[in-house]
Design a protein around this ligand. Structure first.
Ligand SMILES: NC(=O)c1ccc[n+]([C@@H]2O[C@H](COP(=O)([O-])OP(=O)(O)OC[C@H]3O[C@@H](n4cnc5c(N)ncnc54)[C@H](OP(=O)(O)O)[C@@H]3O)[C@@H](O)[C@H]2O)c1
Length: 232
C-alpha cells in the first residue's frame, strides 16, 4: 500500500484528505499539536481499513518531523508528503502597518521552514518511491494582493517558490502547490471572523487532490476549483 504523511490532519482539509486517501487504500501518518482531536480523527480514518499512525506534535519541532518520517518508514516508505499544517500571522488578519512581526515569524517558521525541514527529512524515502510526490497546500493570497493578507500571503508565496525549486531540483518527483479555495474551517474563521458567503466543505475539494494523484500532471501550481471544474 502507498504511504502518505499528512500534517495538520486532525480537522479541516487535512482530515478530509486523510479520509480520501484512506478510502483509496493509503496507509497514513498524520499529525496535529492537540493529541485528543488527532486521536479521534485517527480512529475514524482507520475505520476505512488502512493503517493510520497518529503522532501529536508541532511541525516546527525537528525531532517531531523525524518521528513522522520514521513512522512512515515503518509503514513501508513515503510515497506522498502533504504539508497542510499552517499558521496565520495574526488572528484576525491585520494590515501590514500593524502586523505583529512575531506573528509573521511564526507563519514563516510553520509554513516555510518546517515544510522544508520535513521535505529534507523525507527526501531519501520519496526518491526511492515508485511515484513520489510532495504536495504543499497553498492559498490565493500567495499570488493576489488583498488587504490584510500580506504576511500570511508572503509566507505562502515563499512556500510556493520552495515547491517550484524543489520540482526543478528533484525531477523524479512530482511537486504540486495546490490552492483549495476558501473553506469553512477554524483557520478561515480565525483569519476572517466576519467572512461570509457559501464555501464548500473540505471533503468537497478532496477529488481535486485525488485527481493530481491519479493523473500525475507536471509539477506546478494548481487550483482545486479548476481541477474540479475540468473533471465535470
Ligand atoms: N480554510 C481555507 O479557507 C483555506 C483556503 C486556502 C488554503 N487553505 C490551506 O489549507 C490548509 C489547511 O487549512 P484548514 O483551513 O483545513 O485549517 P484548520 O481546519 O484550522 O486545520 C489545521 C490543522 O493543522 C493543525 N496544525 C496547526 N498548526 C500545526 C503545527 N504547527 N504543527 C502540526 N499541526 C498543526 C491543526 O491542529 P492543531 O491546532 O491541534 O495543531 C489542524 O489539524 C492550510 O495550509 C491553509 O493554508 C485553507
Amino acid at each position: 500500500m502507498p504511504v502518505a504523511i499528512i500534517t495538520g490532519a486532525s480537522e479541516g482539509l487535512g482530515e478530509a484528505l486523510a479520509h480520501g486517501l484512506a478510502l483509496r487504500g493509503w496507509d497514513l501518518v498524520i499529525d496535529a499539536r492537540d493529541a485528543v482531536p488527532l486521536a479521534e480523527t485517527a480512529g475514524l480514518v482507520s475505520s476505512h481499513g488502512t493503517r493510520v499512525t497518529a503522532l501529536p506534535g508541532d511541525v516546527t519541532d525537528a525531532a517531531h518531523r523525524a518521528e513522522l518520517v520514521a513512522a512512515a518508514r515503518r509503514l513501508g516508505g513515503v510515497d506522498l508528503l502533504v504539508h497542510n499544517a499552517d499558521a496565520l500571522d495574526a488572528e484576525p488578519l491585520a494590515r501590514l502597518e500593524e502586523l505583529p512581526l512575531e506573528g509573521l515569524r511564526r507563519a514563516l517558521e510553520v509554513n516555510v521552514v518546517a515544510a522544508l525541514g520535513l521535505v529534507q527529512e523525507a527526501l531519501p524515502l520519496l526518491r526511492t518511491a515508485a511515484a513520489g510526490a510532495v504536495l504543499v497546500v497553498g492559498v490565493d493570497a500567495a499570488v493576489a494582493a488583498g488587504p490584510r493578507w500580506g504576511g500570511y500571503g508572503a509566507s505562502k508565496a515563499a512556500l510556493d517558490q520552495l515547491a517550484a525549486v524543489l520540482a526543478v531540483e528533484e525531477p523524479g518527483l512530482r511537486v504540486w502547490a495546490v490552492d483549495p479555495g476558501d473553506l469553512p474551517t477554524d483557520l478561515y474563521a480565525a483569519a476572517v471572523p466576519d467572512g461570509d458567503g457559501p464555501r464548500p466543505a473540505p471533503a468537497g475539494v478532496v477529488p481535486a487532490f485525488l485527481r493530481l494523484l491519479d493523473e500525475r500532471p507536471a509539477s506546478g501550481r494548481y487550483g482545486a476549483p479548476a481541477l474540479l471544474e475540468e473533471r465535470r
